[in-house]
Design a protein around this ligand. Structure first.
Ligand SMILES: CC(C)(COP(=O)(O)OP(=O)(O)OC[C@H]1O[C@@H](n2cnc3c(N)ncnc32)[C@H](O)[C@@H]1OP(=O)(O)O)[C@@H](O)C(=O)NCCC(=O)NCCS
Length: 220
């Protein structure tokens, strides 16, 4: 499995590497920083798929089907290629993508400071996980482990993260308890280092621990 990450580039510089649908979605985002992150994550996904598959990045087509309502949103799916699963995430000063040949995958990145609010425990933690650690990075680690798991099964945050219990931040990443539909086990969680002030985790639905190749990259 490949996990690639980058700092966001300016959207207007890289828009020509997206397809028409991606450009239209990007244009709907109001804040320049959101447009930069969106464009960068999708450009990175195309570039990494092109590298892994030895194909032109502009030729890939994606779709999504919501697990809950059937609408055209949710976990991205690569069309025309069997056996390749993808996931992407963008937050703070990072975008990340995961490309898996071993099973469904979810990647999540978070800015540490985004988890430093009163009430984090109420939003994110089950009773057995409280109190929340005071350290913002440890909170972000808990959050990304949970969201990576939820993205790997395709629910995303439609399932409240407090229904998923993960190991303590200092312990090896692991799903401890799943109190939601479709228990994903066997599932493997891996924390990945994407530089200071951010946390990132990837979850893969597969029997054996996946070998993760981490690729820091540049988009500009
Ligand atoms: C989409 C969602 C995962 C975004 O979380 P986030 O931390 O703000 O964003 P991230 O950057 O980590 O991830 C965003 C990416 O996850 C992917 N994604 C979206 N929904 C997903 C899902 N259900 N499962 C897995 N991946 C999903 C998309 O590729 C999305 O990128 P894009 O918007 O640029 O195309 C979260 O807001 C969510 O799950 N919302 C949907 C809740 C829902 O399903 N409600 C019911 C609708 S009927």
């Amino acid at each position: 499995m490949t996990v690639a990450w980058a700092r966001p580039a300016r959207a207007e510089v890289i828009l020509d590497r997206l397809d028409d649908g991606e450009r239209a979605r990007c244009a709907q985002l109001l804040r320049p920083s959101d447009r930069d992150r969106y464009a960068s994550a999708h450009v990175l996904l195309r570039a990494e798929l092109g590298r892994v598959l030895g194909a032109d990045p502009s030729g890939f087509r994606f779709a999504a089907t919501c697990r809950l309502c059937g609408g055209p949103h949710g976990r991205p799916r690569l069309l025309d290629q069997l056996g390749i699963e993808v996931s992407l995430s963008h937050a703070g000063e990072r975008v990340a993508v995961a490309i898996s040949t071993v099973g469904a995958v979810g990647v999540d990145v978070e800015l540490d400071s985004a988890c430093a609010f009163d009430g984090f425990a109420d939003v994110a933690l089950g009773p057995a996980e409280r109190p929340a650690p005071p350290d913002a990075h440890e909170r972000a680690v808990i959050w990304t482990r949970k969201e990576a798991l939820l993205k790997s099964v395709g629910f995303g945050l439609a399932i409240a993260p407090d229904r998923v219990v993960v190991s303590a931040p200092a312990a090896a990443p692991r799903l401890v308890k799943w109190s939601a539909p479709d228990d994903p086990r066997p599932v493997h969680l891996v924390d990945v280092d994407i530089g200071p002030r951010h946390a990132a985790s990837v979850a893969a639905l597969c029997a054996q621990p996946p070998a993760v190749r981490l690729r820091p990259t540049r988009l500009d």
